[in-house]
Structures are given as structure tokens and as C-alpha cells.
Design a protein around this ligand. Structure first.
Ligand SMILES: [Zn+2]
Length: 360
């Protein structure tokens, strides 16, 4: 949802309740270490739905980077009447937002009548529901880190009267990739999350700044801190899943000079044969797709080591860094502006990942 629309809605919804004196807001006290997401989740509220309302309600009591003060009282957004969507048990929201990834066991527990159906609010209304069609990636854990976000849009390209932000397009492809991997039974963590942008089928994706880093941290301004933060999130989860097959993918749409069409480039750590293998597998799949669907198009993507990339260097799981193209190049822009093309990229990367996992 566009930021503006959201605030208008919020105004309409929240204002009358306060004015009429029918205070439906529950008061809770923040515990040590609480963030907004944690607090909402503990109270059975889906953070993706209620984050912004919470901020509105508690204006003045929220610190820098959306932090909460231990011991302070906060108002919770109104809970939905019983029987409505939001009135689910706490753990449903937790699994869905934080871990758009759920093992089939957890799914069965949630929804015994349809064990293969998952409901992931982070994917947005239209795409929230997904069917787990195979278990080919069962046991595999993927950390998907879409580039930039929060105060940093990444590269910005001009497209007619519009500005195309790298972070928005990378995020959309990354969400589609997460969904496709989950359809094959993978456990997937979206490390960068936008509570109100699901998968979007528009050509122009509006730039916003409300992305957060897993589990619920505001994204800092400093580039170094940003990279540290997301790498730390991945590495903490890596410990939690110790012993499992784990991979990290960073997804960017970078910019070089305007004219340069950079296609899809893959980077891995020079000392990581597993990272290299996954990069090559995805590269081969994409090359084969281009040969099949666009035989007259030159495709220049390649795989190379680039150990100096922060997230590649410091990620504990083997990592692949993907540059999906040049957001300032006219021809590359078409690849991102069309939602079908974003979906195709996500599907092709998934095929490459499946090939890599099956040959482990
Ligand atoms: Zn980038």
C-alpha cells in the first residue's frame, strides 16, 4: 500500500475511536529488549498489519530507530473482533512475518485441513496464500537479503517521469523468489522486510523508506552499519539452524554507467566452493533460459569471485551476490518494470537453486 493511502486510512480508522471515547486500546508495558514487532507479536497482533498504527498511537513514546523504552506503557492497536482474520493465535503471525518459511509440520499444526497451504502476509494480499507443491527443498534454509532499503534506495534510475529505486525492485524480485522457494518446501528468511509492500504487480514501484531488518530493527543510515546489521541477522539465524543446509543470497540491481547493460552477474567468496557452485548453477539456468526465449539477444552475465563484498565476506552460510542488471540502462529497465519479467527472474533463480540443491 502506498504510504500516503495508508496514512489517510489510518486517520479515518483511528481518529473516531479516540474522539468518541470508546477507547478500545489495550495498554501494555515494554519489557527489556522489546521492539515494536516483538511487542505486537507477543500480544497476538500481526506486525505487518499493525506496525504503522502502533507508531501513530504511540507517537512521542517511540525512540530513535523505532525503539521502545523499557517500562513505559504503550497502546496496542485495536484487536479485530473474534472470527476476523487478525484474531489468530500469536504464533501464526510470528511464523508468517518473521519466517515466511514454515516447515510442513508447523503448517499442519496451524491448518490441519490443508497442510500444503501457507498464508504469508508479507507477500501481500494477492500473493499471501501459497501452495507447497513439492518438498524438493525440504531441509534447506535460505537467507534472502534484498539490497539497500530503509533510508537507502540504492541506485536510482530515471524512467520517463519516474524514478526507479533499486531497493524496491530488488525487494519485489526477492519476495517472489522467497515465495517460489517455499513452494518447494524450503525454509526462507526475508532479512529485509517491508511491512506494507507485498509482491506488487505494478510497473512503477513507489519508493518508500519503511523497510526493516530481521527481526524488527530499523535500518541505520550508515552503510557500514547497514551491512553489519543484515549480516549479523543472517549469522544469528545460522547458529540457530546449525547443522542444516544453509545458503545466503544477496540481490541487487546495480548501476554502472547509463549505457552499460550489465545483465545478470554473480559473485561468491573465492574460498567458498559451495557459494561458487550455487552461483554457477543459477547462472547456467539463466543462460539456458535466455538461449531458449531470446536467442538473438546477447547475454553477458558471468560468475566471478569478489570476496571484498561485505556480505559475501562475513556471511557464515555460503553466499551468492547477484546483480540482476543495471537500473540506469534502458534495456535492463524493461526487465524490471514488467512484473512478469520480475517473476521470470525469480522462477529462473529458483530453478538454478533447485539444481544446486539436488546435486549437493
Ligand atoms: Zn545495490
Amino acid at each position: 500500500m502506498a504510504l500516503r493511502t495508508y496514512y489517510i486510512l489510518l486517520f479515518i480508522l483511528a481518529f473516531p475511536a479516540v474522539l468518541s471515547g470508546q477507547t478500545t486500546y489495550t495498554e501494555v508495558v515494554a519489557k527489556d529488549g522489546d521492539g515494536i514487532y516483538t511487542l505486537l507479536r507477543r500480544n497476538g497482533l500481526d506486525p505487518a498489519t499493525h506496525f504503522k498504527t502502533f507508531l501513530e498511537l504511540n507517537k512521542g513514546s517511540v525512540g530513535k530507530d523505532s525503539s521502545l523504552y523499557t517500562g513505559r506503557t504503550y497502546l496496542l492497536p485495536e484487536a479485530m473482533p473474534p472470527g476476523r482474520e487478525e484474531a489468530k493465535p500469536e504464533n501464526t503471525g510470528t511464523a508468517a512475518v518473521n519466517t515466511p518459511a514454515t516447515t510442513s509440520t508447523a503448517t499442519e499444526a496451524k491448518n490441519p485441513t490443508a497442510p500444503n497451504i501457507l498464508e504469508i502476509p508479507l507477500f501481500g494480499k494477492k500473493y499471501a496464500r501459497l501452495e507447497v507443491k513439492s518438498q524438493q527443498l525440504k531441509g534447506a534454509v535460505y537467507y534472502l537479503v534484498s539490497g539497500h532499503g530503509g533510508p537507502d534506495p540504492g541506485a536510482v534510475g530515471n524512467y520517463g517521469p519516474y524514478l526507479l529505486g533499486e531497493d524496491e525492485y530488488a525487494y519485489d524480485v526477492t519476495l517472489r523468489l522467497a515465495r517460489a522457494l517455499m513452494e518447494h518446501g524450503a525454509t526462507v528468511y526475508m532479512i529485509i522486510q517491508d511491512p506494507d509492500d507485498g509482491i506488487r504487480d505494478e510497473n512503477i514501484l513507489e519508493l518508500d523508506v519503511d523497510e526493516i531488518c530481521y527481526p524488527d530493527e530499523a535500518i541505520p543510515y550508515s552503510q557500514k552499519e547497514r551491512l553489519r546489521q543484515r549480516t549479523r541477522a543472517v549469522n544469528n539465524l545460522y547458529l540457530k539452524h546449525k547443522g542444516a543446509y544453509q545458503r545466503m543470497l544477496a540481490i541487487h540491481i546495480d548501476s554502472r554507467s547509463k549505457g552499460q547493460n550489465i545483465d545478470v552477474f554473480f559473485y561468491h567468496h573465492e574460498n567458498s566452493p559451495s557459494g561458487k557452485k550455487m552461483a554457477e548453477s543459477i547462472h547456467q539456468t539463466i543462460t539456458a533460459k535466455y538461449n531458449r526465449y531470446q536467442p538473438n539477444r546477447d547475454y553477458f552475465g558471468n560468475v566471478s569471485p569478489r570476496s571484498s563484498l561485505y556480505v559475501v565476506k562475513y556471511s557464515h552460510p555460503p553466499a551468492v551476490f547477484i546483480e540482476l542488471g543495471n537500473i540506469r540502462n534502458d534495456r535492463d529497465q524493461r526487465r524490471f518494470v514488467l512484473p512478469d519479467n520480475r517473476q521470470a527472474l525469480a522462477n529462473w533463480i529458483t530453478e538454478g537453486i533447485l539444481a544446486d540443491y539436488n546435486s549437493r
